[in-house]
Design a protein around this ligand. Sequence first.
Ligand code: PRP
Length: 206
Amino acid sequence: MRTTRSATEKKPARTRKPALHPDIREVLYTQEEIAAKVKTMAAQISRDYAGKEVILVCVLKGAAVFLADLMRQLTVPCIVDYVNWSSYGTSTSSSGVFRILQDLEESVESRHVLIVEDIIDTGLTLHYLLRHIRGRNPASVKVAALLDKPSKRKIEVHTDYCGFKVPDEFVVGYGLDYDQKYRNLPFVGVLRPEIYAGSDTPPDKP
Ligand code: PRP
């Protein structure tokens, strides 16, 4: 459940980078910047989990790209599992009630779990996923998120490893979609508003 910048909020000043796709207004993080960040995060995670085995829990679909790059940089033994949660609600709000389309296959009891997310927005997905996993008595649970958009938080959640704090824009690429498209872009960029203007399925509004 992701949200756009509200009309009343000012866009933060930052250096503009060239757009690499006609539907992208601005590139926020280039392929190279993301690769460097993922490498740094993986090094930190590998240090923290030294001597342990970790279960990487990838939250489908968006986190699949981040997971694929992150896991190949890890130096600790890891197992991969996937969950897919769908939020009930409307295009304008999340109900905070989730339907589990795909649950964990691995037992996490007494094991170290690292949730892998592409973006934390309202925090609702992560909040309920943490509760779900903690109910299964893991040895530990931590969170690695490539992107964090704190301006849209509806519930407080803690992220142990965070790549970038993103401004309040609708971002796509590197796994993140609009209407299931743009996940394949190798960078993270801001979608042009005219792409979703008048659409039946606009990005979620605050
Ligand atoms: C995105 C993202 C997170 C969630 C974060 O998934 O991958 O799982 O939203 O939003 P929240 O903090 O407001 O809960 P989305 O529901 O868009 O599905 P997708 O990963 O399949 O694109």
